[in-house]
Design a protein around this ligand. Structure first.
Ligand code: PHE
Length: 374
């Protein structure tokens, strides 16, 4: 490209006309040769570059020497030339894009597009949704609580007194440097979702019908069926005249809704500090229908959840808290109301529903595993 500044012999109309015609022809000629985006950018810099652009250099040279009456026609012609250059660039850009196939800088519309995989719910999340939905259909609502809990909500109010051996059943991850605090305020990672029962009853009076899905933490070694972080779904129902029959009917219905109407349930005596009586619930093996197989260790039954009638000691702890606000509060007087609670492990249910044999798969982030749930 030429860099010399052309001489302008005179500022009269015909000389200006001729000089700009030459420049315009130069622009047109160069424009025709713009093969790709890089050439186009060079062309732009050559003409419109702010400091060394040809247009700027020529206009500086010509305008400086111009007599006053020639400035206006000069200015008009420079603007026209500039417009021609800009239009060339605009149409050039369009051509570069549409020119496609042979142009490496452009977009090749003949190539297949980039497929965007829509995300899916993680199998643990979809299992939680499935269980929660069953209870929503029974009129339950969902409550959540913090994963970092105080000793009071996680243990004490649930009738695990300090130093009571029942605490050994839930090997707890404590938050460091809590010794200076009173024992009820010491922080820990919640070991179950049951503290949300307490939080809910302190905040609202009966009737209560809630499910509580969430993450819990225990100092358990990881193996094929254990993980130090896992998920539970808790349920709590408190109202007048709630009986063990209601508990049995509710859980029997829920298990049938989750695993199919052929599933049977049975209840075994168990122990939890916050329920009395307590029970472990087993369902008939969904793999063999109860005849006995490897999955149910040839018993025909699979243990799935813990449950029981809310212990009056729990209502007493809740009432003591509520009385800090209202000394006459007796909303949770066990003479007037009763309730049941239950809790189940989400991983265990998800493993059964999907035939997963290693719990670690849920946390591995391995797309080959996760894609199977799409
Ligand atoms: N919180 C108990 C556990 O984690 C489960 C449970 C919940 C039992 C509610 C009874 C009632 O082991």
């Amino acid at each position: 490209m030429s860099d010399t500044i052309p001489q302008l012999s005179s500022y009269d109309e015909p000389s200006l006309e001729a000089a700009f015609a030459t420049l315009s022809a130069e622009v047109r000629q160069q424009a025709a040769a713009l093969a790709n985006a890089e050439a186009q950018e060079n062309f732009r810099l050559h003409w419109l570059g702010r400091k060394q652009g040809r247009l700027k250099l020529i206009s500086d040279a010509w305008l400086k020497a111009a007599p006053a009456e020639a400035r206006k026609p000069l200015g008009i012609r420079f603007n026209q030339l500039k417009q021609q250059i800009e239009e060339t660039l605009e149409s050039g850009a369009v051509a570069a894009k549409a020119g496609a196939e042979t142009n490496v800088q452009g977009i090749d519309i003949s190539l297949p597009g980039t497929a965007r995989q829509p995300g899916i719910a993680h199998p643990l999340l979809s299992t939680m949704h499935e269980v929660v939905r069953v209870f929503h259909q029974l009129g339950y609502s969902t409550n959540l609580g913090p994963q970092v809990e105080s000793d009071f909500y996680n243990f004490e109010a649930l009738n695990f007194p300090p130093n009571h051996p029942a605490r050994d059943t839930q090997d707890t991850l404590q938050i460091a440097n809590q010794q200076a605090r009173p024992s009820r305020d010491r922080l820990l990672m919640r070991t179950h979702t049951s503290p949300v029962q307490i939080r809910t009853m302190i905040a609202q009076g009966p009737p209560v019908r809630i499910v509580i899905p969430g993450k819990v933490h225990r100092n358990d070694a990881a193996d094929a069926t254990h993980s130090p972080i896992f998920h539970q779904i808790e349920g709590l129902c408190v109202d007048t005249n709630i009986t063990f029959s209601d508990l049995k009917g509710t859980l029997d219905h829920a298990m049938k809704a989750l695993f199919g109407s052929a599933v049977k349930t049975r209840f075994f005596p168990s122990f939890f500090p916050f329920t009395e009586p307590s029970a472990d619930v087993q369902i008939s093996c969904i793999f063999c229908g109860g005849t006995g197989c490897r999955k149910c260790k040839h018993s025909g039954w699979i243990e799935l959840l813990g449950c029981g009638m809310v212990d009056p000691a729990v209502f007493a702890a809740v009432t003591a808290e509520r009385r800090k606000k209202n000394p006459d509060d007796d909303a949770y007087d066990p003479a007037k109301i009763s309730g049941f609670a239950f809790g189940m492990g989400v991983e265990r249910i998800a493993m059964m529903l999907h035939g997963v044999s290693d719990i670690g798969q849920f946390y591995s982030g391995d797309m080959r595993f996760l894609e199977q749930f799409a």
